[in-house]
Design a protein around this ligand. Structure first.
Ligand SMILES: Nc1ncnc2c1ncn2[C@@H]1O[C@H](COP(=O)(O)OP(=O)(O)OP(=O)(O)O)[C@@H](O)[C@H]1O
Length: 277
C-alpha cells in the first residue's frame, strides 16, 4: 500500500472544549430503526468525530453505511437513538437555519424564479429588501447564473438547478453546509464542472461543509479531511487528511498522493465488503 496507508490519520480524543473548537461535533451517536414487526436495525453505531471550522469534510462509504442518516441527524430531520450532535456548540434538536442543505434530488420551488428561490429564506427572516437584493445578486454571480435570475427551474439544466440550490443554501449564511450526493444525478462532465464551481464558491465563502458521496475521486478532489465509513453497522473506519495543495484542478487525479490515497480508500471499502460476504 502507498504512503498514505503507512501513516493513517489518528483521531484525536474529543476535548472538553470541543464544542467551541469544532464547528460540528458528533458525539457517540447511534441510530436504530425499528421495523413494523418490531425488529431493530442498527444504522449507526457509536459514531464520534469532529469537523473543525471552515473545513471541507467529506463522508465516503458503501451504499447503506448510514451516510445520509448521519446528515439527516445533523440537519435535525431525525433524532439519534443515543448520543448528541453539536453545531457551533449548540445541541441539535430540530431543523434550523444555521444548517443549509443541498440534496441530490432537485428541491427548488418550481413555481418560483431562480431569484425568488434564492431569496426565499431571506424574506422569511424579514431582511430589508435592499439587503436581500445585494445578497441575491452576490450569490447569482458566485454560481454564474446572473443571466438566468428570472427563469423558472423547468427552464434550467440539472447542473444549473444544483447551482441555484447551492446559492439558496449559502444566501442564508448557515454555520454549516450539508450536502448529500448533490452531484449524483448529473452527467460526468457537468459533475466535474460542478466540483470546480463548488471549490471556488467554498474558497470564497469559507463555510464548513459536510459532503456525502460514494465517489472516491470526488471525495479526494474536494476534501480537507475524509471520513471513511463502514457498513453493518454504520461506523467511522478511518479519517484521512488530504494534503494536496489548493486550488486543485482536475489534473490532481494524476498526482502520486491522489493515487495512493485512492488505493488506500478502495482497500478500506473492499475490506468492508469482504466483511459482509
Ligand atoms: N426509515 C428507515 N427505516 C428503516 N431503515 C432505514 C431507514 N432509512 C434508512 N434505513 C437503513 O439504514 C441504513 C443506512 O441508510 P442510509 O440511507 O443512511 O445509507 P447511505 O450510506 O446514505 O446509503 P446510499 O449511499 O445508498 O444512499 C440502510 O441499510 C437503510 O436501508
Amino acid at each position: 500500500m502507498g504512503a498514505v496507508a503507512k501513516k493513517p490519520y489518528i483521531m484525536p480524543p474529543l476535548s472538553v472544549y470541543a464544542e467551541v473548537a469544532a464547528r460540528l461535533r458528533v458525539d457517540n451517536v447511534s441510530l436504530r430503526y425499528r421495523s413494523p414487526k418490531g425488529e431493530t436495525f442498527t444504522a449507526l453505531n457509536r459514531v464520534s468525530f469532529e469537523v473543525p471550522d471552515r473545513q471541507f469534510a467529506v463522508i465516503v462509504g458503501p451504499s447503506g453505511c448510514g451516510k445520509s442518516s448521519l446528515l439527516y441527524l445533523t440537519a435535525g430531520l431525525n433524532e439519534p437513538t443515543e448520543g448528541y450532535i453539536y453545531v457551533g456548540g449548540q445541541k441539535v434538536d430540530g431543523p434550523g437555519a444555521d444548517r443549509g442543505m443541498v440534496f441530490q434530488g432537485y428541491t427548488l420551488f418550481p413555481w418560483l424564479t431562480v431569484r425568488q428561490n434564492i431569496e426565499f429564506g431571506l424574506k422569511r427572516r424579514g431582511l430589508p429588501q435592499d439587503e436581500i437584493r445585494t445578497i441575491v445578486e452576490f450569490y447569482l454571480g458566485e454560481v454564474g447564473l446572473a443571466k438566468f435570475a428570472e427563469h423558472h427551474p423547468k427552464q434550467l439544466s440539472g447542473g444549473m438547478m444544483q447551482r441555484v440550490a447551492i446559492a439558496r443554501a449559502l444566501a442564508n449564511d448557515p454555520q454549516i453546509l450539508l450536502m448529500d450526493e448533490p452531484f449524483g444525478a448529473l452527467d460526468s462532465q457537468t459533475r466535474l464542472q460542478m466540483q470546480q464551481l463548488l471549490l471556488q464558491v467554498w474558497g470564497n465563502s469559507k463555510k464548513t461543509v459536510v459532503f456525502v458521496t460514494h465517489d472516491i475521486d470526488e471525495a479526494i478532489l474536494l476534501a480537507d479531511r475524509i471520513y471513511v465509513m463502514g457498513a453493518r453497522p454504520g461506523r467511522i473506519k478511518e479519517v484521512l487528511d488530504v494534503q494536496l495543495e489548493r486550488p486543485r484542478s482536475l489534473d490532481v487525479v494524476m498526482e502520486p498522493e491522489f493515487i495512493s490515497m485512492k488505493r488506500h480508500i478502495l482497500g478500506l471499502l473492499h475490506d468492508d465488503m469482504a466483511e459482509v460476504h
